[in-house]
Design a protein. Structure first.
Length: 83
């Protein structure tokens, strides 16, 4: 984000991850896309694992369902989100 968008009162961003992500180019976009895909996988995995035990529906263990759903969500986000 440029200083013009931040206004006059905000300090310049420190060097590091913030400066890296503010650099225009495909490397920063790739990093943000990967982080988003992994975050979505973790979120979906937890929600699937906590939704039910699987005993009534016969869908299997909650741990297995959450792991498979989370990994596949992250994998799909990496493949489709960064294509």
């Amino acid at each position: 984000m440029s200083r013009a968008l931040l206004g006059c009162c905000w300090p310049a961003p420190a060097a590091g991850l913030g400066a890296y992500l503010e650099t225009p180019g495909s490397a920063g976009a790739l990093f943000v896309g990967l982080a988003t895909a992994v975050g979505a996988g973790i979120s979906i995995g937890f929600s699937e694992a906590l939704s039910d035990t699987g005993a009534q529906t016969g869908r299997g263990s909650a741990i297995v369902r959450g792991t498979v759903t989370g990994v596949m969500t992250a994998f799909g986000g990496v493949l489709l989100g960064n294509a």
